[in-house]
Design a binder for this molecule. Structure first.
Ligand code: UD1
Length: 378
């Protein structure tokens, strides 16, 4: 069984890493790795391959940046000959980035089965490009691997046949579990002159937050107060860096002496920073999950989350972008321990479960007409 695994952007790399490792226990599986090149800076891509021990990609499509249409189309154009040449049984995509939907669509139209890891998550906010990517990818996938109960409920409501859906846990947690001890040994706190449990970590990259000067201004109003009490370390995503340069809120930032802008961090240093933080503020999806695993309070600077288990079970609070709500969430987070537990199956073995299912697939003859795969047709 040949499986082409697709990764393209930073949050994909920690998801494919445990899968590539788990396949080794299944001689029937022959994995290939394709990097679309959606992210290409060394500290957004190569560093993650090195630190997580991900094999060198068999193919790099080197698509780079562009508008949504241009980037998605370019990935599709360059991925199609890879599928034609390698003739996989399954194309496996992860997450919700443009590379995910682009490669799923190419595979599906070429009669190749699609597996989607992290299926079923929904923010119910279609202004998010990722929400569109998620819904479309799930709609054309043959195998849907789900991280949390809400994903199972969403797919059932959307009418996805239950036999295609597998509740397996969270591959990103596999990577966290595997690397936590090593990360704790890193020098990141000393390098930034931070004391354990006495600093906050901030990340921002959602277009809805960083592409709007008004929203950024509101966020910085809240951060001004927080950094007065707690140093805030802010690894700046390239998109955010462009916007900060363009909008020049530098005047607003210059007098926040405890807000420390740093370059995007590698996986291990960032995990080291998260693990000892008093608080995390973010608009990322993955960081909501990582803080829940680490039992570190998280304030999500968005109005919604596609990962509700991080709020109902974990350490996450949705606080939006209004300074008063952010500061109220901050007070709650600082006032004492919030109840926090790991969602079911976030145990470090999700990739093993996925590899085991893939190694036996297809294990039943009754795939509905129109969903036949190349391996069944042969
Ligand atoms: C993408 C994903 C988002 C994910 C995020 C993590 C989509 C629609 N969005 O958003 O879901 O949470 O990655 O980072 O797929 N850039 C660089 N160097 C790089 C990569 C990007 O400078 O290595 C700059 C480019 O100017 C680019 C901008 O960042 O235009 C945005 O990159 P892009 O891949 O389009 O989307 P992200 O905002 O990173």
């Amino acid at each position: 069984m040949r499986i082409v695994n697709v990764c393209g952007a930073r949050p994909n790399f920690m998801k494919v890493a445990p899968l590539m490792a788990a396949y080794r226990a299944h001689p029937r599986i022959e994995p290939l790795l394709v990097h679309t090149g959606q992210h290409y800076d060394a500290n957004m891509s190569r560093l993650f391959f090195d630190e997580l021990g991900i094999p060198r990609p068999d193919v790099n499509l080197e698509v780079g940046s562009g508008s949504h249409a241009a980037q998605t189309a370019e990935i599709m154009k360059r991925f199609e000959p890879v599928v034609a040449e390698s003739r996989p049984d399954v194309v496996l995509v992860v997450g919700d980035v443009n590379s995910t939907i682009a490669c799923a669509l190419v595979a599906r139209k070429m009669g190749v089965a699609v597996a989607h890891v992290e299926a079923g998550l929904r923010s119910f906010d279609e202004t998010m490009p990722e929400e569109i990517n998620r819904k479309l990818t799930d709609a054309i996938s043959h195998l849907l691997f789900v991280t949390e109960q809400s994903g199972m409920d969403n797919l059932a409501r959307e009418g996805v046949p239950a036999e295609r859906v597998h509740f397996v846990g969270n591959v990103m947690v596999d990577t966290l579990v595997r690397h936590l001890e090593q990360a704790r040994g890193r020098d990141a706190l000393r390098q930034l002159d931070l004391e354990p449990n006495h600093y906050a970590v901030l990340t921002l990259h959602r277009p809805s937050n960083v592409d709007s000067a008004a929203t950024l201004t509101r966020l910085f109003d809240a951060l001004r107060v927080i950094q007065g009490e707690l140093p805030v370390v802010f690894p700046v995503h390239p998109r955010t860096r462009h916007q900060l340069d363009a909008m020049k809120p530098a005047g607003r930032l210059a007098d926040m002496r405890n807000l420390r802008l740093v370059e995007p961090q590698g996986y291990l240093d960032f995990l080291c920073l998260l693990a000892s933080a008093r608080l995390v503020l973010t608009d990322s999806g993955g960081i909501q999950e990582e803080t829940t695993c680490l039992r570190v309070p998280c304030l999500t600077l968005r109005e919604n989350t596609e990962r509700p288990a991080t709020c109902s079970l974990g350490s996450n609070q949705l606080v939006g972008t209004d300074p008063d709500r952010i500061l109220a969430g901050y007070e709650r987070a600082m006032s004492g321990a919030l109840p926090c537990q790991r969602p079911p199956l976030w145990d470090g073995h999700a990739a093993d479960r996925i590899a085991a299912i893939l190694s036996k697939w297809p294990d039943r003859p009754a795939v509905p007409a129109g969903l036949q795969t190349r391996s069944e047709v042969r």
